[in-house]
Design a protein around this ligand. Structure first.
Ligand code: AMP
Ligand code: MG
Length: 321
């Protein structure tokens, strides 16, 4: 069975085609916000609308397929930025109607997990999903994915980006902070906010910006400190999820998974607990259409009925729903 999947929750309009677990094509058009600003939902959506047709055609032609050869259309129904989700919905619905194909709505977070498992070979992991828009510690128990811990406010990637932007560093902030942190020597105390299994990052950003603008702390020391604080919080909650579930694998995905220091902290923790650690390679840890196609096939095969009639996006769709 061949599925064409469309991703459009945030900055990426992606189209992937999968035949079972084989990837036939992977096309992406990425919206880049102008220097010094974050992602603007309507502008990203305009970008997606402008790029939709050529990205879909590009994916089909690189797989040497036509719409008639596709068995199933899937799209990212949520969570995400509503104007962006809307573009994906319209594109998927048009294709499904034109080709008379069944249409499946996929949960974006689930898709990150499923492609991560496929690519790394992890079987039943605790998933650390850390991206620009999401921060969750997930795991499968008793027939569904559970959210063991998550951010109460902004995502970790967003926190790094927003700290960087506020002190004049370029976007995306994560990699720049990582580079600057290497020359940081002094740990500046920042709030360490773990509440039960949940996390909060926005107060850390505020405190770090204050240390910079009011106390003149060095950027390198602040980059070092924000990384140490946020990554330690994440590692603590991940360890507790492992202890609680008795699982023996950790799978890390999302853009922040690229961080060397985060990798190092998780590696130490997993070694101490005898857990195996997997990182989704950069190519598949970011948003893409392949993960939607792959998950669309899984969802369909598990008997979830294709969408019909009036279809709505699900801005806040949680993986545990
Ligand atoms: P995504 O939303 O999955 O596309 O991931 C984008 C996020 O990953 C942005 O917030 C980036 O700042 C962050 N990111 C990318 N590389 C790194 C890195 N080396 N360290 C920390 N964060 C990173
Ligand atoms: Mg994502």
């Amino acid at each position: 069975m061949i599925c064409l999947g469309i991703e459009s929750t945030a900055h990426t309009f992606g189209v992937g085609i999968c035949k079972g677990k084989t990837i036939l094509s992977d096309k992406r058009a990425v919206y880049k916000p102008p220097l010094g600003s974050g992602i603007h939902p309507k502008k990203a959506a305009q970008h997606h609308a402008a790029m939709a047709l050529q990205t879909i055609e590009g994916a089909l032609s690189s797989a040497h397929l036509k719409l008639k050869d596709i068995d199933l259309i899937a799209f990212s129904q949520g969570p995400g930025l509503p104007p962006c989700l809307q573009v994906g919905l319209i594109a998927a619905k048009s294709l499904a109607e034109k080709g008379k194909k069944p249409l499946i709505g996929v949960n974006h977070c689930l898709a990150h997990v499923e492609i991560g498992k496929l690519i790394t070979g992890a079987n039943d992991p605790i998933v650390v999903y850390v991206s620009g828009g999401n921060t969750q510690i997930l795991g499968y128990t008793d027939g569904r994915y559970r959210v063991f811990g998550e951010t109460e406010d902004i995502a970790l990637g967003n926190a790094l980006d927003s700290f960087a932007r506020k002190i004049g560093l370029p976007h995306p902030g994560g990699p720049v902070i990582e580079k600057m942190a290497k020359s940081g020597k002094k740990y500046i105390k920042l709030p360490y906010v773990v509440k039960g299994m949940d996390l909060s990052f926005s107060g850390i950003v505020t405190a770090a910006v204050r240390e910079y603008s009011q106390k003149g702390q060095l950027v390198s020391n602040l980059c070092f400190s924000i990384q140490e604080t946020c990554f330690a919080m994440l590692t603590e909650v991940t360890e507790r999820a492992l202890a609680h579930t008795g699982k023996k694998e950790v799978l890390v995905t999302g853009g922040v998974a690229a961080s060397g220091r985060l990798k190092q902290m998780l590696r130490i923790m997993c070694k101490e607990r005898g857990a195996k650690l997997y990182f989704v390679p950069k190519k598949y840890s970011g948003d893409n259409g392949v993960m939607i196609a792959l998950t669309g096939l899984l969802v369909y095969k598990h008997g979830i009925k294709p969408l019909k009639g009036t279809i709505k996006i699900k801005q806040k769709w949680r993986i545990d729903e």
